[in-house]
Design a protein around this ligand. Sequence first.
Ligand SMILES: [Zn+2]
Length: 456
Amino acid sequence: MLSEVSLKRGADMWSADAVARLCLERYSELPKRGKPEPGREWSLLAAVVRASAQGALEEVVSLGTGTKCIGQSAMSPRGDVLNDSHAEVIARRGFVRYLTEQLRRVVCGETSEVLQPADEKGKWRLQPDVCFLFFTTHTPCGDASIIPMVETEAQPCWPVPTEESSDAAPDEKPKRQAGEQGGVATKRPRLTEREEESQEEADLHRTGAKCVPGAPEDPRAPGLGYHRVGVLRVKPGRGEPTLSLSCSDKLARWAVLGCQGALLSHYLEGAIYFSALVTSKCPYSSQAMERALFTRCSQVTGLPSGFHVQQLQLLQSSLEFPHSHAVVHGSWQQDPARRPPPGRVSPCGAAISWCAVSDRPLDVTANGYKQGVTKKAVGTAHARSLICKAELFRAFLALLAATPRSHIPQSLSGRDLHTYWDYKQAARPYQDAWLQLRNQAFPLWPRGPRHLLQFE
Ligand SMILES: [Zn+2]
């Protein structure tokens, strides 16, 4: 047995539970600010973990919480608002801050825990022993969340036992009964509240994320035919429509373009990919995850050197996020006296970003701006999140200013670039990869309004 274990690939040596534990501990160490109000609010959490290729977990380098997304009219031409505050997106942006600081260190001749010089002058790459894992407490919104209920049997949290059904093993699959096809929940005994919610939706865990403009809409047929699968979706939510794509779509994009973004790709030899995606205990289907995160892009060819379609290792942990929707609901079931009045349980409006950087690692926002700023302060530097476009651009320009002339990346040297848009467009291999991905897999990916990217 021992030799079998040691022969395994490095990435198999850490466990999904160990990744989840590390991330949940990091979260629990953060101050209360921005965290959900106990028993009344829930949130989502995502994180990036630095690991060694040999299988050792090193540290959380970025962590994000958040459930919200602003409407189209709240977008800003100054790049100073966070359009999308879902946990995955917050964690990814914090990771960009972390990478920017690592690059700053190496261009100044200091050592980095993750980077080393690449062959081309002015470029850097990950040390061969370094890899990054992505953790989420939930299945990403959008395509990966469209899960036929028959497939949930392997996931560990279904059903949450009630008093009457506490004999049921936690991982027992939902009992299907004759004539169930219409999903009439009231006919069946022993359903937990969570089950009832889902069963009213027939045989499919649904997503509130609508198909992108220009795509045919969901057929909304009963049961399994409700949704189309494998299509781009905008973020779910009530209120004004958003232009932000679902987290399933963004993760699929990062699996081809990397998670470093266009700006940092000037400094990097190739894309930086997450090696694995670890998800907490929640409704989960590895088949839906595979479909959403890489099958949709698997046929993409002609990518520039340094880019490929990354097949993330997909794993699920048995650990649960204490502030998840399911736990907040579950806590009432165990103690109905604590149950808040209907309508009082809501998603937490704040988003927390924490990343492993030396200066101001913590950044708490609400509605896309620093939490607690007045309407009057919006538009000032004081109101900006450190992970908004304008601040990430400012950090990038500071990196460029700190780079000795002899080590300026070729794509930036002697160029007359001014705006955020200019600098992004000048990252040619990245833009070429994006073009291939869009043309071959995601032709309906909405183009953000260009005038919102022209700030300096
Ligand atoms: Zn999401």
